[in-house]
Ligand binder design. Structure first.
Ligand code: ADP
Ligand code: ZN
Length: 204
């Protein structure tokens, strides 16, 4: 299965991706995680990407497309993968169509007010696990023990811009994949587990 997870920032793509990937053994490809890892290591790509990410803007399409193109060529992606945070523009979706055929697009739908609350309380771990301060009050990861951190682009000002960018550039992908007949909507206004149960039902 080649699956795309679509949804606004804070919709819960990352949380669902970790669970789907564990349940079905699909490689989890998160472009945001790739950039954060590169920023942490201080690579050229990281430095470049950071100038966009810190402002809540998108990294240019050609850069992101190349990362994904290289990644999905790896042997572990032969039987499928899970894309999280890509594509984010129509141009990226078109480039992806040139590379491979996607089976399913899961669109996680969440109310606007909830998104803002989720992002502001979000805490991350390097291992990909994410937490929310309302349900987890420790400052280290339950899975790997590393210290949790708040993303620099999770501040109010940047979040506002990210949501605008989502509306303008990413939301049109819903129509794009609906037209292809491969999009399903999932109600993401609930707990991670309730949303995941729906996704499992759908993947049966
Ligand atoms: P979220 O979905 O919560 O906004 P991500 O971790 O997916 O967060 O992405 C963080 C940032 O990385 C984005 O705001 C953007 O600047 C950059 N980024 C990630 N994926 C892409 C992409 N496919 N195209 C362009 N920029 C991207
Ligand atoms: Zn961890």
């Amino acid at each position: 299965m080649k699956i795309i997870l679509l949804g606004a920032p804070g919709a819960g793509k990352g949380s669902q991706a970790v669970k789907i990937s564990a349940e079905y053994g699909l490689p989890h490809i998160a472009t945001g995680d790739v950039f954060r890892a590169n920023i942490a290591k201080g690579t050229e790509l990281g430095k470049y990407a950071q100038t966009f990410i810190d402002k809540g803007e998108l990294v240019p399409d050609d850069v992101v497309v190349k990362i994904v193109a290289d990644r999905i060529k790896q042997p572990d992606c032969k039987n499928g993968f899970l894309l999280d945070g890509f594509p984010r523009t129509i141009a990226q979706a078109q480039a992806l169509d040139q590379l491979t055929e996607i089976d399913l697009v899961i669109n996680i739908d969440v109310r606007f007010e909830l998104i803002v609350a989720r992002i502001s309380g979000r805490r991350m771990c390097e291992c990909g696990q994410t937490y929310h301060i309302s349900t987890y009050d420790k400052d280290t990861c339950a899975k790997c023990g590393k210290p949790l951190y708040q993303r620099k682009d999770d501040t109010e000002e940047t979040v506002k811009n990210r949501l605008e960018v989502y509306q303008k550039q990413t939301a049109p992908l819903i129509e794009y994949y609906k037209k292809k007949g491969i999009l399903v909507d999932v109600d993401g206004n609930r707990t991670v587990q309730a949303t995941f149960d729906d996704i499992k039902e759908l993947l049966k």
